[in-house]
Design a protein around this ligand. Structure first.
Ligand code: PLP
Length: 394
């Protein structure tokens, strides 16, 4: 007998991946240059030179024991210390290696922390637009996933809505800033208001509500937008981080969770998340990648290409009449469908080989996502199609 819900989850491809596969098939028919694929969030710039050099250096050593062997379950102590030292220096807080647990990217970090917090009847809140995997991550780690609509003016938090979502069963709120797909970066004001609300609720319910800060885009901001270190504003925060986007290495699977020392019951939560990682087989993240992270903990990405793409697509689309909040981070544009639902609009665009992701799975069926981690030339070629589509209904 097979578990039916796992079967269903494993048999249904994500809408993003379906569009991506459709694009590959269309390219065989109409030519690659005639497919405008804005579907997937695969970093389109090469990894930073220091990272490439570190990989070369590590693999050329030929030292199987040092580079390719099992590390301790949470990771190599030197690599954990390097990440902790970098975080401590940037945030001026006493983070050390025992607060860091390496994972295969942000996804298993999230799942481990969520599993550690699941209790009978527990609830986790996701704020729209949210990364589609949050729902299965929450539901299959034993939580009810509660959706809170954002403030659509600017994609900051709508606190009246959030307060309605919080109950005595709320265990955590997932905060994703810079946000995939809206590109919003939460302001200090937003985070302080969140902290006030949660402190009030913690008092009322007699237990902490955790913030799970999902931060794969932490270093990807533009125009000087600043990503605040949330534990400084709200101590009961766990950070889930990934090098997928910042080092352009999504397939290499490396990230971590960090339970900072200020977090309530932090030691117990860290151990519980480590236990969850253990039962899911997510221990000893790839050793080579840990070594690279150790050597490159302070490396920052060059955002010139993403910034140019963001400006080109935003300026063109808004000049045609599309509505979109100017993204301050990540590498996506989240655009209001000019007519019909975003699914209908995306289906229409597909007929022109323009692949954009309807926002249904992000909790926003009126919006579509266009990734800007694509080539500048492809964006330029796609613009007449975007214009044609909006002009059709004028
Ligand atoms: N969280 C968000 C908001 C993401 O956009 C992604 C990947 O696109 C992830 C988590 C998962 O990241 P990773 O590839 O490191 O597992």
């Amino acid at each position: 007998m097979i578990n039916e819900s796992m079967f269903e989850l494993g048999s249904k491809p994500s809408c993003i991946r379906e569009l991506f596969m459709f694009g590959l098939e269309r390219a065989k028919v109409v030519g690659k240059e005639n497919v405008y694929d804005f579907s997937i969030g695969n970093p389109s710039v090469p990894a930073p030179l220091r990272v490439v050099e570190a990989f070369k250096e590590m693999t050329s050593r030929g030292d199987t024991l040092e580079i390719h062997s099992y590390t301790p379950a949470p990771g190599d102590p030197y690599a954990r210390s390097a990440v902790a030292a970098n975080l401590a220096m940037r945030t001026n807080t006493p983070i050390s290696m025992e607060h860091i647990f390496f994972t295969c990217g942000a996804a298993p970090a999230l799942v481990s922390v969520l599993r550690a917090l699941s209790l009978p009847g527990s609830e986790v809140i996701g704020i729209t637009p949210y990364f589609p995997e949050y729902r299965p991550f929450c539901e299959f780690t034993g939580h009810k996933y509660v959706v809170c609509p954002a403030d659509y003016e600017n994609f900051q938090i709508n606190f009246a809505e959030l307060e309605k979502c919080i109950t005595p069963n709320t265990q955590a709120i997932i905060v994703n800033s810079p946000n995939n797909p809206s590109g919003a970066v939460y302001t200090k004001d937003t985070l302080e208001t969140l902290a006030q609300l949660l402190n009030r609720k913690n008092e009322e319910y007699g237990h902490p509500i955790y913030v799970i800060a999902d931060e794969p885009y932490r270093e990807l901001t533009y125009d000087g937008a600043y990503v605040h270190y949330i534990p400084e504003i709200y101590p009961n925060t766990v950070i889930c981080y990934s090098y997928s986007k910042v080092f352009s290495l999504p397939g290499e699977r490396i990230g971590y969770f960090c339970v900072p020392p200020c977090c309530a019951d932090g030691k117990k939560l860290f151990a519980a998340a480590a236990g969850a990682a253990r039962i899911m087989g997510h221990v000893c993240a790839p050793s080579l990648q840990q070594m690279v992270v150790r050597a490159c903990a302070e490396v920052k990405p060059d955002l010139t290409v993403y910034d140019q793409n963001r400006k080109l697509l935003y300026e063109a689309l808004t000049s045609y009449g599309y509505q979109c909040v100017y993204p301050k981070g990540a590498f996506y544009l989240f655009v209001k469908a000019p007519y019909g639902t975003a699914k209908e609009f995306s289906d229409r665009a597909k007929l022109e080989n323009l692949l954009i992701v309807p926002g249904d799975d992000f909790g926003c069926p009126e919006y579509f996502r266009a990734s800007t981690c694509v080539s500048y030339e492809m964006i330029k070629r796609s613009l007449p199609v975007f214009k044609k589509l909006i002009d059709e209904k004028k």
